[in-house]
Structures are given as C-alpha cells and as structure tokens.
Design a protein. Structure first.
Lengths: 371, 175
C-alpha cells in the first residue's frame, strides 16, 4: 500500500536546503548488492546530526556579539571606568533630556493637529508626516546616531514598496527619520504597542500577528490595497520577518514580492565598533535594548537606497525575493543563509526530514533489485 | 547575554579532556563550551530536548529522536564525551560503539532484529513499506550468516564493519 512513488516535486518555487547542506552527500554512493554493513552504517546521518549540534548556520544568525572586554589592565581599567562614568552620568542624562524635549514638542504639536485638522486630511497628513520624521530624528539623536544615507531618497509614488534587512526595531526609526514610511509590524505589548496604535496609525501602518495562520491572507490584502493608493505613504517591509544579527540574512518572505509593483531595496549596516545594534528579542526587551543604545558611545550605520527592481518575466516571486536579497546582502556585506527566520519560533516542517527519508529509501530499494 | 561569562579554568579543561580520553584538543573543548553555553539558554548546566530541537538542522535529521534520548540532559563533560566519537582521532572501535549504542536503545548490550527494524523505520519513514523493510533485512541478515532471531553484540558490529570503519568525523570550528 505504501508506495515509495510519493514524489515530492521540488518546483522552482522551493529552495532546496538540502542542496546547500549536503553538497557531497555520501548516502547514495555505494553501488552493488546490499550488505548488512550498508544497512547498519548510519554514519552519514549521525555525522550530520553531530555537525548540527556542534555548529549550525541558523543559530549563528542570531548570535549577539558582545564587545570584547579590553579593560583588564592597570591603566586601561581606570580609562574604561572614566568612559562608563561619562556614558552613564553625562551622556545618558543629556540624551534623556533631548528625548524628553523632542517628545514634548512632538506631543504639543501632534495632538492639536490631529484633532483640529480632522476635516483637512491632506494637510493633516503632511504635517503629521513631518512631525513623525522629527521625533525619529530626536530618537536617533538620543543615541548619538551617525547615519550616512547613500542613493536617491525615497519618493512618494504609488505601486512601490521598500524592503530592507532587519536588525532591530531601530531600523525603522533610522529610516523613518529620512522619509515617513508606512510600515508593517508585529503588534507589540506595552508602551511600544501604545505608540504603534496612536502615532504610527497616522502614517498608515499595517499590523500582523505572527502566530495567526489565517492572518496571512488578510495582511496580503491590506498590503495590496495600501500599495494601490496614491496618497498613502510609501510602504516599508522587512521581508526577513525577524531580527537578524547584521552579519547574515535569512530568507525573504515572498509576501512583499508578489504585490505586482516595484520593489526598492534598502541595505542597512551597523558599525559594530561602537555598539552591537542587534536586538536579540529572546534575551532583551525593547526598553532594555534602547537603554543599552542610549548608554553606548554612538550608533553608527550606513543606509544604501538601491536601484528599484521589478519582477522579470518568467520569474517566480521567490526567485525575485532571492535576487533582491542578493543585492542587499552584497551591498551590506552580509552572508546569506537558506533558513526561514520563523524557525526561531517554530520547528522545521516535516517535509525536510521526509525528503531525506525518501532519498534513503530509494537508494536502498534500488540496490535491492540488484542481484 | 546568551554567551557565557564564566570561563573554563585550565583544570576544568584538563578534566574534560581526560573524560573524553584526549580525543579533543584544548581549543576544541573551549569551542564546544562556547557552543554548549549558547545552546543552554538559561545556564542550567545541561541542554534540554527543546533547545536541541531549536537547531533546525538537527530537528530535520531522521534520527533526531533517537539521539535526543542519548544527549538530553547531559552535562558538559558527558556532552564532550558523547561527541568524542566524532573526533578524527577516535578509533574505529569507538565509532562503531556509538553506532551500536544508537541501535541498542534499551541498553541491554544486544541489538535484536527488531532494533534494526526500528532504526530502518526512522530512516526510511513512509517511503518503504514494512514488507519491503522485512525483505531487505532478512536478505542482508541471511547473507551475513544471521537469522531473524539473532542478537548482535558489539563484537558482531565490529566484525561487520571490518577494517574500513564508518566515516564519522566532525570538525569543531575553532575561531
């Protein structure tokens, strides 16, 4: 009843992780009559498993790089202590003050504008855009952010989306300071959620819930509607779906690439000498992450706006996504890995292990025929 | 954060090295310790099944459940001892011994036909029927001189593998 002919067709729309991992798989090599030793020899599978335990490319993507301690020395240690004092007792209060000041200006302008100009949507949106850009600049100033932008600035045109690699939620703030994007984000709890529902609502944000499976279609529709509207702010999407440590890129989700519009890639690279901007959401809350940034010397990063791309004839959305990922990884000097970022939250689907089982079963059965 | 703040002393490293019969260099033990602490998220001193399964490459492996039974809850010393069979310096016998232990899930020192069937089932999944598996098994057993009631010991395994041992080397990245 069970026939091994259940062929899993690897269409062009699926990237084969196995090709990446087992470029020289030895499972299928021996030929000839089947012997007991061939059956008992599970060493290739065991070696793969042990190799994965010892090191794997997925965990490497989410490894924080803590700064190397350099203060173990009689003269360096006092210097480092001075640095700590400056950072925590001088810079940090200054930055808090700047941020509070910025918030004050923002709120005293935003709230009246939001309620008074309710009828004049166009004007209201324009002013709110400027205000959001302003508060983001204040945020960036509060970490002494030094951001260099390369390439033409984003323009407000219909039928285009912007995609960028994702390291931390501050990516959004760094980009928003230049252009008021609308963004698609996971709804967060706490004060971040409050900001999301009030201020980001005004630039036109779309919410999704990672754990809701049916959510995907609803969100896809919202994306399509947003992109069609001429008046909406340009949409910014982080197709990795999760924060990665700015040394690697994980696979891009195809949602942004099947909206039938131009995709403008943005590459972001943080300079690790000053601070490691990777937000390891499993280890830190966003508040702690912000505090860490505010007590570091500076956040230095480069932003490249790359050439807009459209899907080529005969190209699937996944191939298109990979092509854009190539561009971004090349520009920002990141290594590509073939993993889905959501594996951070869930186990890989059984079809991967099924594929291995299938190739093993086939190799055994083929040799069973040989006499 | 996720990385270890406690360092291994020279004594610790030598103790672990002794426990794994000097099959790893000291640098490799340090790398393994870093990896151990990375996988052991809340510094409990061992890695739970869940944490092993969070490595997608491991979770995708058909033998992952069997291996989990062997590695779940090991402290660092035993973790290194388990991995020592994969060192390039390990002897043929040590590698065969590990394979034997994977088959012998009830740890009674004997591998029955049923045990081999179980592993075969893990490896081939739904792509081979039970009849096909029985057929394969009885064919190779007969050819090697065993019956379906035979029990294989470690010595039998060593004999079957002969002088060309299994290729089971894993390189520990040292950075």
């Amino acid at each position: 009843m069970n026939s091994p002919a259940g062929k899993l067709v690897t269409s062009r729309s699926e990237l084969n992780i196995e090709d990446y991992l087992l470029s020289d798989s030895s499972i299928n090599e021996p030929r000839g009559k089947l012997r007991l030793r061939d059956l008992l020899d599970i060493s290739p599978t065991l070696t793969e498993a042990a190799g994965a335990i010892v090191d794997d490319s997925f965990t490497r993507c989410f490894k924080s790089n803590p700064p190397e301690p350099w203060n173990w020395n009689i003269y360096l240690f006092p210097l480092w202590c001075c640095g700590v004092v400056v950072r925590y007792c001088i810079l940090f209060p200054l930055r808090c003050f700047t941020l509070a000041f910025g918030w004050f200006i923002f709120l005293t302008s935003f709230i009246p504008i939001h309620s008074l100009l309710k009828g004049h949507d166009r004007l209201r949106k324009q002013i709110e855009r400027v205000l959001v850009e302003m508060i983001c600049s204040f945020f960036v100033a509060s970490w002494t952010g030094v951001v260099r932008y390369h390439g033409p600035r984003p323009s407000i045109r219909p039928k285009q989306v912007y995609v960028a690699n994702h390291t931390s939620m501050i990516d959004f703030i760094v980009l928003e300071q230049m252009t008021a994007f609308a963004v698609i984000m996971q709804k967060h709890p706490g004060w971040v959620g409050l900001l999301q529902s009030t201020i980001l609502e005004s630039v036109g944000c779309i919410w999704f819930n990672r754990s809701e499976v049916k959510d995907r279609e609803i969100v896809a529709k919202k994306l399509r509607d947003h992109v069609q509207g001429a008046d909406n702010n340009p949409l910014l999407i982080f197709p990795e779906g999760t924060c990665v440590n700015n040394n690697y890129t994980v696979m891009f989700k195809k949602g942004a690439f099947e909206l039938d519009c131009t995709v403008c890639p943005i590459a972001i690279k943080y300079n690790k000498i000053f601070v490691d901007a990777f937000w390891n959401s499993r280890n830190q809350s966003f508040t702690m992450h912000l505090l860490q940034l505010m007590t570091s010397w500076a956040v230095v990063c480069e932003v490249w706006y790359l050439e807009p791309q459209t899907i080529r004839p005969g190209e699937t959305p996944i191939e298109f996504a990979e092509r854009v990922r190539d561009m971004i990884s090349l520009r920002a000097g990141l290594k590509k890995v073939p993993w889905d970022g959501y594996l951070k939250y869930s186990r890989p689907s059984s079809k991967h292990s099924e594929r291995k089982q299938q190739s093993f079963a086939e190799s055994i059965l083929v040799r069973l025929e040989e006499k | 954060m996720g990385n270890t703040s406690s360092m291994l002393t020279q004594y610790d490293i030598e103790e672990v090295q002794g426990h794994c019969h000097d099959l790893f260099e000291q640098q490799e033990i340090l790398s393994l310790y870093q990896r151990f602490c990375q996988l052991d998220r809340n510094a409990k001193g061992f890695i739970s099944s869940d944490e092993f399964l969070s490595v997608p490459e491991f979770a995708m492996n058909p033998l992952s459940q069997r291996l989990l039974k062997m590695v779940d809850g090991l402290n660092f010393k035993d973790f290194v001892a388990f991995l020592s069979a994969f060192s390039a310096k390990a002897s043929l016998r040590q590698k065969v011994e590990l394979i034997f232990k994977v088959y012998d899930s009830d740890c009674n020192g004997k591998v029955s036909c049923n045990d081999i069937m179980e592993v075969l089932r893990d490896l081939s999944g739904s792509f081979m029927s039970d009849e096909q598996r029985e057929q394969v098994l009885s064919q190779v057993l007969k050819e090697a001189g065993y019956t379906s009631d035979s029990f294989l010991t470690l010595e039998d395994f060593v004999k079957v593998f002969g002088s060309s041992g299994p290729e089971m080397d894993v390189e520990i990245p040292v950075d």
